[in-house]
Design a protein around this ligand. Structure first.
Ligand code: DC
Length: 238
């Protein structure tokens, strides 16, 4: 059973996906972390992320693994834990270059399909899960929220490190990331027709989003019910 979760940046999809997987005892697969891992590897090895050919040559020889650790999911590239570099605040533009690269997408999509099939029961989260990675997934969610609200959430996270940041600036950056995600030549973010829209604009937190998802799962023709109680979770990168 594959549950596909796609959605916009800062919509709350990552935390909700991880908690949903915990509640159901499914494997959680954060596909964005895989793109981030490749970006971190390229930076560390002096491979320009916007040089599509150079990146394509290297990516075929990379083993990109996700591992669950007590503080959340980690990405290992060729057996090196690159999680810190992959989630560094300045990685964004480099990851976007990597996510635009058709060869990288081809390699990572296959890896994600292998991981999902091997697990049997998995929650995969990203931008193209319902459209490309598992188009036949029986349950698909598309998570979104009003852009101003998403900017507010992002600002709340970033303000400690960047006290001069304004809400308007964060909103402009959020719109720009949406645009890049939606207009990517391959694997673009989209809401496929069979995806259930989860609007998190007015949700107080990720558990409200998980509850919305569980309510949909309970209504489906083959109801899926949580087997784990709500437990306090540590949030790593969103
Ligand atoms: O969800 P995130 O911010 O960690 O994703 C990192 C980048 O990878 C972001 O630029 C979107 C891209 N991405 C993608 O193109 N396809 C996915 N399935 C997951 C992420």
């Amino acid at each position: 059973m594959i549950i596909a979760i796609d959605g916009t940046v800062a919509s709350g999809k990552s935390t909700a996906a991880r908690r949903l997987a915990q509640r159901l005892d499914y494997l959680y697969i954060n596909t964005g972390l895989m793109y981030r891992g490749v970006a971190a590897y390229c930076r560390q090895h002096g491979i320009p992320t916007n040089d599509q050919r150079a990146v394509a040559l290297h990516v075929k020889f990379l083993a990109v693994d996700l591992r669950n650790e007590p503080d959340g999911q980690h990405v290992h590239v060729n057996d090196h834990d690159l999680t810190a570099a992959a989630t560094a605040p300045d990685i964004g533009a480099f990851v976007s270059d990597i996510a635009d690269n058709p060869t990288v997408r081809d390699v990572l999509v296959r890896a994600q399909q292998r991981l999902g099939r091997a697990a049997g029961n998995a929650v995969l989260e990203g931008r193209d899960i319902g459209s490309v990675v598992f188009p036949d997934a029986p349950v698909k969610f598309y998570v979104d929220a009003d852009v101003r609200e998403r900017a507010r959430r992002r600002l709340a996270d970033d303000i400690k490190k960047h006290p001069a940041l304004t809400l308007d600036e964060v909103e402009a950056a959020t719109r720009a990331r949406d645009e890049r995600d939606r207009t990517r030549p391959v694997g673009a973010l989209m809401r496929v027709p069979d995806a259930i829209l989860i609007d998190t604009t007015h949700n107080a937190g990720p558990d409200a989003t998980v509850d919305q998802m569980l309510a949909h799962l309970a209504k489906s023709t083959n109801p899926i019910r949580p087997i784990n109680p709500i437990r306090p979770t540590d949030d790593c990168h969103a």
